[in-house]
Each structure stands twice: as structure tokens, then as C-alpha cells.
Design a protein around this ligand. Structure first.
Ligand code: F6P
Length: 319
């Protein structure tokens, strides 16, 4: 293996730059040429390849976003798009690929391996933390800290006015962000996609808290009642209670990565280069109980990663 390529894909996550830096540095140390694919799968299809070196990857470890850019690529969902991408990889003499992203990225990576035999290793880069095979994904720790800071600010105003707030956090199908920040910010109720939201129970909590008191409810965006807006409408319709809705949105994806994210991104970046050199493919490199683990890509999406039971329990006893 002489030349490897690296790309970031799907929703960007803080720590992706630290990951790019680690792959470049370790690749260089192992005598490899490291190429960056610009713009995820779209850039792969279009042939946007750029050589990476120490200078290009200097001073990025603390930066949010991804210097390699990213995309959600419709074209890659078709066989024709994937064939064009594989042709580009061959044309550029790429011997192995590192794909940093979430489950959509991994589905694509799996197809590149099974349909075209391109050696490819995935690394978990998503704020959602919804990939099985790793305790944490790159970007998650920064996202929960960003969300917690924003929620603390909203609590101040909620407290001053004695208002009911529904605050929506990201996590397309998973409640990890909602559960962690809900507990960290002392929420009165946490609604996640993993469990059915019980409006009557929520009402009881609001009443117990006292209608003249601050009540903060954290809602995962994937909640079945339609996120924070949906729940607030339901409470209004059923019980005539007014509330404020705040959707934190993409603020959670940006910003300088935390130390934990920088270290995780660097560790998995280094391990992914070594995995390619060891002949591994169609696997994700994750971290479980402090150790680097390798799992087949298919396993990362086949089993739903559960929100830890102790968090669910805490959420019910701490309110
Ligand atoms: O997968 C990360 C994520 O931020 C999800 O939490 C969210 O549902 C989604 O991406 C939003 O994606 P986009 O920015 O493409 O709308």
C-alpha cells in the first residue's frame, strides 16, 4: 500500500479536522502518500482529490467543521455513481480509503468494497453517537457541551419568567444528545425517540413543578410527536398550556472540538491507517471501554445502539 485517500462525509462533526491531521501524520510516518478527497462522495465522483501534507494539516486540530468539506450525495446511492467513484479512485492510484462519517457514509463504504473491491475503513464521525461498535463518536462530546451551554442560558430566562420551555436538540433517530444534556441541565422531562412520549405524564410533571416555576423539557429531534414544536402543540391542545420553543439546530455541529473529541479523533485516525496497512477492509475502527476495536461496517447500523439504561433511569429519578 503506497497511496491512501481520506474523506469526511455526511453531517460534519467537531474533531473531523483533528482526525484528518492524525491520518496525514501517521500516514506520512508509515511512508504513505495521503490524498484528501474534497466534498465527500460528491468529490470522489467528481475527482476532487488533493495531496495532504504537514503544512496543509497544520493548525487545524482546534477547528470545527472539516477542511475536506462534506456532502450528502444522492448520486452515490446509485450503482452508476458508485462506479464513477471507484473509477476515480483507481485513476488516482488509491490503494485504500478512510471514510469518516455516520451510517450513510458507512453504507456507501460497504458498497465500494463489495461492488468494487476498494479497501476501505470507516471511522465514526457524527454528533449523533448512534453507531454501534464504539462508545462514542467523534463530535459527540463537543455537541453535548455546546448544547448544554445553550440550555443553561435558556434556563436563566425560563427561570426569571417562570416559563415552560421545550428545547429541541439534534439526533435524527437517537436520543443520546437529549438524554445526556437533559440530565446535565436538570431538565424536568426528557423526550427521546427510543421511548414513547407520554403527554399526560409530561403534564403531571409540569403541574408538579408548579405553573409559576421554570420548567425545561429537552426533546430529541426524532421524537415521535414531531419534535419540540409537536409536543408544545400537543400540550397546548390538550391542556391549554402556553410554552416557548427553542430549536438549537446546527449550532450543535460547529465550534472548536473538546479535548475528548480531539483525542478520540486522533486515536481513531492513527488506528485507521494501521488497519488499512494490516489489510483490513469493510470495518469501522471504534473505541470500546477505552480500547480500540474493529467491527464489520454492517454491524454498525444493523444493531441499534441503545441509550445506556442508567441514563434512562437517572432521567426518571432525578426529576
Ligand atoms: O447526523 C447529524 C445530524 O446533525 C443530525 O443530528 C441531524 O438530524 C442531521 O444531521 C441534519 O442534517 P442536515 O444538516 O443535512 O440537515
Amino acid at each position: 500500500m503506497k497511496r491512501i485517500a481520506l474523506f469526511t462525509s455526511g453531517g460534519d462533526a467537531p474533531g473531523m479536522n483533528a482526525h484528518i491531521r492524525a491520518v496525514e501524520r501517521v500516514g506520512e510516518k508509515r511512508g504513505l502518500e495521503v490524498i484528501g478527497i474534497v466534498g465527500g462522495y460528491s468529490g470522489m465522483i467528481a475527482g476532487h482529490f488533493e495531496p495532504l501534507d504537514r503544512i496543509r494539516t497544520a493548525n487545524i486540530i482546534d477547528r470545527g467543521g472539516t477542511i475536506l468539506k462534506t456532502s450528502r450525495c444522492e448520486e452515490f446511492l446509485n450503482e452508476e455513481g458508485r462506479t464513477r467513484a471507484a473509477d476515480q479512485l483507481r485513476k488516482h492510484g488509491i490503494d485504500g480509503v478512510i471514510a469518516c462519517g455516520g451510517d450513510g457514509t458507512f453504507h456507501g463504504a460497504h458498497a465500494l468494497w463489495t461492488e468494487h473491491g476498494i479497501p476501505i475503513v470507516g471511522t465514526p464521525g457524527t454528533i449523533d453517537n448512534d453507531l454501534a461498535g464504539t462508545d462514542y463518536t467523534i463530535g459527540y462530546d463537543t455537541a453535548i457541551n455546546t448544547a448544554a451551554q445553550a440550555i443553561d442560558k435558556i434556563r436563566d430566562t425560563a427561570d426569571s419568567h417562570g416559563r415552560l420551555f421545550f428545547i429541541e436538540v439534534m439526533g435524527r433517530h437517537a436520543g443520546f444528545i437529549a438524554m445526556d444534556v437533559g440530565i446535565a441541565c436538570g431538565a424536568e422531562y426528557i423526550a427521546v425517540p427510543e421511548t414513547m412520549t407520554d403527554i399526560d405524564e409530561l403534564y403531571r410533571r409540569i403541574v408538579t413543578q408548579g405553573r409559576d416555576k421554570r420548567t425545561v423539557v429537552i426533546v430529541g429531534e426524532g421524537d415521535e410527536l414531531g419534535g419540540a414544536l409537536g409536543i408544545s402543540k400537543e400540550i397546548q391542545n390538550r391542556y391549554g398550556i402556553e410554552s416557548k420553543v427553542s430549536i438549537l439546530g446546527h449550532i450543535q455541529r460547529g465550534g472548536s472540538p473538546t479535548v475528548r473529541d480531539r483525542v478520540l479523533a486522533s486515536r481513531l485516525g492513527a488506528a485507521s491507517v494501521d488497519a488499512l496497512l494490516a489489510g483490513r477492509s469493510d470495518v469501522m475502527i471504534g473505541e470500546v471501554a477505552g480500547s480500540v476495536r474493529t467491527v464489520p461496517l454492517e454491524e454498525t447500523w444493523a444493531t441499534r445502539k441503545p441509550v445506556p439504561g442508567y441514563l434512562m433511569e437517572l432521567a426518571t429519578i432525578l426529576v
